[in-house]
Structures are given as structure tokens and as C-alpha cells.
Design a protein around this ligand. Structure first.
Ligand SMILES: *[C@@H]1O[C@H](CO)[C@@H](O)[C@H](O)[C@H]1NC(C)=O
Ligand SMILES: *[C@@H]1O[C@H](CO)[C@@H](O)[C@H](O)[C@H]1NC(C)=O
Ligand SMILES: *[C@@H]1O[C@H](CO)[C@@H](O)[C@H](O)[C@H]1NC(C)=O
Ligand SMILES: *[C@@H]1O[C@H](CO)[C@@H](O)[C@H](O)[C@H]1NC(C)=O
Ligand SMILES: *[C@@H]1O[C@H](CO)[C@@H](O)[C@H](O)[C@H]1NC(C)=O
Ligand SMILES: *[C@@H]1O[C@H](CO)[C@@H](O)[C@H](O)[C@H]1NC(C)=O
Ligand SMILES: *[C@@H]1O[C@H](CO)[C@@H](O)[C@H](O)[C@H]1NC(C)=O
Ligand SMILES: *[C@@H]1O[C@H](CO)[C@@H](O)[C@H](O)[C@H]1NC(C)=O
Ligand SMILES: *[C@@H]1O[C@H](CO)[C@@H](O)[C@H](O)[C@H]1NC(C)=O
Ligand SMILES: [Cu+2]
Length: 534
């Protein structure tokens, strides 16, 4: 009897110990941060400027976490501006309360020491993302990186780099960005363009200023670096390259991707790209450069040769296989328009606006998520149309008459766990232009894109449903279309908007209201007690 039990007991104790070790090693940490929103006097680009920052740094502090961790960031607002912070690309499962876009998921954190604690779990994601203010144009100076390391013991699916570095691309105005935005709004025209682009907050030696503010990354010959490139610019899509060096793209928007060698990468505001770079050239100094992509009003011939570089040792079947919805429950087609509406308070009596399906999104005065779960009526209608009101030759000759839109707050209601296909179609209302679209609360699969008008009879046959890129921000080509798919399994109110801030201000945005499911973990969490009020 005792023999038997001791024989059995030993393996039991051992496996219990092993289990404890496993649980301990997999145990999630709580990462706590305090963000103080303060005015900082910065001298850059031959100009001194008082600007809104987190803790006086530009770019702001990096948030580090490991997959599975809980992140708690208490934000205290010590400036006059209202502020919110968005954790760009974090899926915030059932937890829209921590997502951050002002008047969509929360009322702003008000000046004069208002505070709010963003409390969220980083679940099922690893990689590089970023955080930024999500109100007016404040994100110009209020942004920083988020690093989510893989769970302990889980390697990267590419050779381990020797070191890592952040490359944050930004856009700089000598003037106060609030004033720039307000002036544009008052005139009803495009606001002033920026004065410089920056790499890690610095414009570099080519900028005409006697004092040279230049970021330099020290590398050692023979070593491999991972550069986490983030486009934090407000309005500009940017090219990035390093003289004499090839970059290998291994991750986009915190999703591992097939390695791709490139001499130049392009990022839209909101996108993040991780590249491996081997310091294998003759020792010396090489330029890193970011340059804006200038849209032309006709589809450009952008022929570029691309290749796939498959590293030895990288498994061909991905650890995170693409889970692309094959069947589609809801087909959505949204036209993107640049329009002109009447405006009594504007200098010219009219102003530039932008629209999706001819709707210029009107920001509500209370947060949509709060209104939805608080049962507040009259804040929004949940009847955003699935298709444009009229069919026309979207990308034909420029249309310059009949440009009026309707200014309303309409949301599109999606059934829990329905599979959704959204085709974003650029139009030649005023002019074609490329637009980076960002969806909150989700990653999506980019299943197709093309120039001209989307053809529902022919184009779906060309979709990539096998290994499409998975991301949170995608470019719609000028005079073209992009098709994305996602499964609406995260209940709440989620913002969809162009990530060029100038277009967002003009109303190029809408929100999805994803219904709760019936299961125990299929509804939004209750709101936090310190959620700011409007
Ligand atoms: C920001 O400043 C506050 C107050 O000095 C400090 O407690 C906090 O740790 C700082 N946060 C970061 C992320 O550096
Ligand atoms: C920043 O500079 C402005 C004028 O240049 C000055 O009025 C203000 O007091 C300064 N603020 C701080 C915190 O130094
Ligand atoms: C985070 O995870 C913990 C542990 O599973 C859970 O208790 C908590 O409710 C989660 N918080 C959010 C905001 O999802
Ligand atoms: C915008 O640019 C114009 C022309 O350079 C200048 O006069 C104006 O002051 C600028 N606006 C702001 C808000 O800086
Ligand atoms: C508005 O007025 C300005 C100055 O008179 C003019 O340059 C501009 O073209 C006008 N814009 C529109 C959209 O009518
Ligand atoms: C749309 O307009 C373009 C450019 O004017 C033209 O080439 C094309 O044939 C038109 N398409 C249709 C369906 O009318
Ligand atoms: C867009 O809506 C406005 C306002 O309701 C209307 O005047 C205009 O005709 C509509 N345009 C299209 C293309 O449907
Ligand atoms: C969502 O739908 C997919 C496809 O029908 C199904 O496999 C999955 O189990 C559903 N998930 C939930 C939580 O209902
Ligand atoms: C800040 O937000 C509150 C709540 O929405 C609003 O009443 C107030 O006018 C805003 N203040 C500023 C300076 O925009
Ligand atoms: Cu846009």
C-alpha cells in the first residue's frame, strides 16, 4: 500500500512541481506607468517652442510589456488641452474603455490635473506598436513606442538580432499644431503643411539651421540589428531607406510576416514596420532617410521589383497562420470622397470636408461607447449604409460639382462574430488621393487591392485568402481600392478612420458598433469607475 502510494506520489509531486514552474514562467506581470501630460519648451530646428508632451520627452517614453501582461498607465493631464491616449494596434478585447479615441470610446481627460488609468491586457499579440494622443492634432508631439515581447521562451521566427533600435518618423511644425488645425478649419481650406520631418525627434544635418540636431545609431560591423520603424507623422506617408544597406522586413503592425528584402520601405501614418539590417558594408557613415510620398492626381506607374527572401531555419508554415474568413456575412463598400460643404462661419462660406459613402462623420459631444452601454438615446444612429447612395464611375474624370455631403453621426452595426468584408474605394470627387485607413480593436487581412473601380464580379477571384498581410492600418491607393476582411468578435464601438489627421479632421471617419454575443466572455467589460465624463 505504502509502496504503491510512494511510487505514485513521486511522479505526482514532480508533475505538480513542473506545473508550478510552468505556471510561474508563464505568469503575467503587471507593468505600471505614470504619464504626466506637460508643456515642454523645446528648442529644435532653429525655433524654440512650447509644446504638449508626455513627461517632457519627444518622442515620449517607450512602454514595454510581454505578451500576456497587464499594462496599467495612469495619465495625469497638467495642460490646458483636453487629452486622450490611444494604444494603436492593441486589440483591447472587450475593453474599448481603454482604447482612447476622444468622443468615440471616452470623454477626454480634462486639463487641470484630470486623470484616467488605462488598464488593459496584452493578449495574443507580440511585436512593435505605438501609442499616441487621439484628439485634435495633439499626436504630433504626444506619441511613443510600445514594445510587446514574445512570451518567455518563445523565440522570434527569424534569426535573433544582436540589438534593437527605435526609428520614430515624425512631422514638425514651428507653429502650434492646434493653431494650424484651427486656421485650416476657419479658412475651410487645407491647413499649413509641416516645416520638417524628423527621425527620433530630429531633422538631421540637411535641415537649414546652424545647430544640427541629428539622430545617430551606432552599429558594430558584422552585427544584425532590428529597427522598429514607426510612422508617427500627422499627414505624410513616408519612404524610409538606409544608404548602401538592404532591409529585411520581418514584421508589420505587430504581425510577423514573410521576410521581404527591400532597399526602401513606405509607411503610412499609423503603420509600423520591423526590419533586420546587417551592418556589413565598409565601415563609415551612411544616411538614413525618410522622404514624403507625393500623391499625384492620376494613378502613377509605380513599378517596383520585389522578391521574397526566405531565411534558412524559418519554418515555412507560420506559427501564427492566417485565419482569414473565407465566407463573408456582410459585404461593405465605402467610397472615400473629398467634398465641399457650405459653412456659414468659414471665411469663404464653404469648407473642405471628406466623406465615406457621402457621409461626413459628425463628432458627438459624449463618447459613443458610453452612450451605447449607458443607454443614452439620440447620440447616434446605427444605420450607416453598407454601400454608397449612388453608383458612378468612382475613379473617372474629376467631379467638381455637387460635392455636398450629409453631416451626421451614423454607425454601422455588426452582429457578434459575423465575418465582414470592407472594400474601401477611392473616388475622384475633387481629386484622387491615397488614404491610410486604421481600424481600432482589430487586426484585419488585406485580401486585395487594385487601381480603378472595384469590380465585385471579377476582383474577388484575385484575392489572396492564403497568406495575406495582417495589419491594423492599410493604404488605399490613389484612384484605387483595398479590400479587407475581419471577424467581428470584439464587442464595443470601434473607430475606422483615415490616419492622415487632416482628413480625419474633415470627417473621413465612422465607427462600427459590434454587438455583444450571448456567451459568458462575449460582451464588453463594465466601464471603469474613473472613466472621464463629458
Ligand atoms: C513621468 O514623470 C513622473 C513624475 O515625475 C514619474 O513618476 C514617472 O515615472 C514618469 N514616467 C515615465 C514613463 O517616465
Ligand atoms: C516656456 O517658454 C515660454 C516663452 O518662451 C515661457 O513663457 C514659459 O514660462 C516657459 N515654460 C517653462 C515651463 O519653462
Ligand atoms: C486582464 O486579465 C486578468 C487575468 O485574466 C483579468 O482578471 C482582468 O479582468 C483582465 N482585464 C481586462 C481589462 O481585460
Ligand atoms: C500658415 O502659413 C501662412 C503663410 O506662410 C502664415 O502666414 C500663417 O501664419 C501660418 N499659420 C499658422 C497657424 O502658423
Ligand atoms: C477661399 O478664399 C481664398 C482667399 O480669398 C482663395 O484663395 C481660395 O481659393 C478660396 N477657397 C475656396 C475653396 O473657395
Ligand atoms: C471611368 O472613367 C475612366 C476615365 O475617364 C474611363 O477610362 C473608364 O472607361 C470609365 N469607366 C466606366 C465603367 O465608364
Ligand atoms: C450626398 O448628400 C448630399 C446631402 O444630402 C446630397 O446633396 C448629395 O446629392 C449626395 N451626393 C451623392 C453622390 O449621393
Ligand atoms: C465565430 O464563427 C466562426 C466561424 O463560423 C466559428 O468557427 C467560431 O467558433 C465562432 N466563434 C464564436 C466565439 O462564436
Ligand atoms: C474638454 O472636454 C470637455 C468635455 O467634453 C468640454 O466640455 C470642454 O469644452 C473641453 N475643453 C477644451 C479646452 O476643449
Ligand atoms: Cu486620407
Amino acid at each position: 500500500m505504502s509502496m504503491v502510494s510512494s511510487r505514485r506520489g513521486l511522479p505526482l509531486v514532480l508533475s505538480a512541481l513542473l506545473l508550478a514552474v510552468l505556471i510561474l514562467s508563464a505568469q503575467a506581470d503587471v507593468k505600471r506607468y505614470q504619464f504626466d501630460i506637460v508643456m515642454s519648451n523645446m528648442s529644435r530646428l532653429c525655433h524654440a517652442k512650447s509644446m504638449v508632451t508626455v513627461n517632457g520627452s519627444y518622442p515620449g517614453p517607450t512602454v514595454y510589456a510581454r505578451e500576456g501582461d497587464r499594462v496599467v498607465v495612469r495619465v495625469t493631464n497638467r495642460v490646458e488641452h483636453n487629452v486622450t491616449i490611444h494604444w494603436h494596434g492593441l486589440k483591447q478585447r472587450r475593453n474599448g474603455w481603454a482604447d482612447g479615441p476622444a468622443y468615440v470610446t471616452q470623454c477626454p481627460i480634462q486639463g487641470g490635473a484630470g486623470s484616467y488609468t488605462y488598464d488593459f491586457n496584452v493578449t495574443g499579440q507580440r511585436g512593435r506598436l505605438w501609442w499616441h494622443a487621439h484628439i485634435a492634432w495633439l499626436r504630433a508631439t504626444v506619441h511613443g513606442a510600445i514594445v510587446v515581447l514574445p512570451e518567455r521562451g518563445v523565440p522570434y521566427p527569424f534569426p535573433k538580432p544582436d540589438a534593437e533600435a527605435e526609428i520614430i518618423l515624425g512631422e514638425w511644425w514651428h507653429a502650434d499644431v492646434d493653431a494650424v488645425e484651427k486656421q485650416g478649419r476657419m479658412l475651410g481650406m487645407a491647413p499649413n503643411t509641416s516645416d520638417a520631418h524628423t527621425i527620433n525627434g530630429k531633422p538631421g544635418p540637411l535641415f537649414p539651421c546652424s545647430e544640427k540636431h541629428t539622430y545617430a545609431l551606432q552599429v558594430q560591423w558584422g552585427k544584425t540589428y532590428i529597427l522598429r520603424v514607426i510612422n508617427a507623422a500627422v499627414n505624410d506617408e513616408l519612404f524610409f531607406s538606409i544608404a548602401g544597406h538592404t532591409m529585411t522586413v520581418v514584421e508589420i503592425d505587430a504581425t510577423y510576416t514573410k521576410p521581404l528584402a527591400a532597399s526602401t520601405i513606405q509607411l503610412s501614418p499609423g503603420q509600423t514596420t520591423n526590419v533586420l539590417v546587417r551592418a556589413d558594408q565598409r565601415p563609415g557613415r551612411y544616411f538614413m532617410a525618410a522622404k514624403p510620398f507625393n500623391d499625384v492626381p492620376v494613378p502613377a506607374d509605380n513599378k517596383a521589383a520585389t522578391a521574397i527572401l526566405q531565411y534558412a531555419g524559418v519554418p515555412t508554415s507560420a506559427r501564427y497562420p492566417a485565419d482569414v474568413p473565407r465566407a463573408v456575412d456582410r459585404h461593405l463598400l465605402y467610397t472615400i470622397g473629398l467634398n465641399v460643404d457650405l459653412c456659414a462661419s468659414c471665411v469663404n462660406g464653404s469648407h473642405l470636408v471628406a466623406s465615406l459613402n457621402n457621409i461626413t462623420f459628425m463628432m458627438p459631444r459624449v463618447a459613443l461607447l458610453q452612450a451605447h452601454y449607458g443607454g443614452l438615446r439620440g447620440v447616434f444612429a446605427a444605420d450607416f449604409p453598407d454601400r454608397p447612395p449612388a453608383r458612378f464611375n468612382y475613379t473617372g474624370v474629376p467631379l467638381t460639382a455637387g460635392l455636398a455631403t450629409s453631416l451626421v453621426t451614423r454607425l454601422s452595426k455588426l452582429a457578434y462574430n459575423s465575418s465582414v468584408e470592407l472594400v474601401l474605394q477611392d473616388t475622384n470627387l475633387l481629386s484622387v488621393e491615397s488614404h491610410p485607413f486604421h481600424l481600432h480593436g482589430y487586426n484585419f487581412f488585406v485580401v486585395g487591392r487594385g487601381l480603378g473601380n472595384f469590380d465585385p464580379a471579377k476582383d474577388p477571384a484575385k484575392y489572396n485568402l492564403v497568406d495575406p498581410p495582417e495589419r491594423n492600418t492599410v493604404g488605399v491607393p490613389a484612384g484605387g481600392w483595398t479590400a479587407i476582411r475581419f471577424r467581428a468578435d470584439n464587442p464595443g464601438v470601434w473607430f475606422l478612420h483615415c490616419h492622415l489627421e487632416v482628413h480625419t479632421s474633415w470627417g473621413l471617419k465612422m465607427a462600427f458598433l459590434v454587438e455583444d454575443g450571448n456567451g459568458p466572455d462575449q460582451s464588453a467589460l463594465p466601464p471603469p469607475k474613473d472613466l472621464p465624463k463629458c
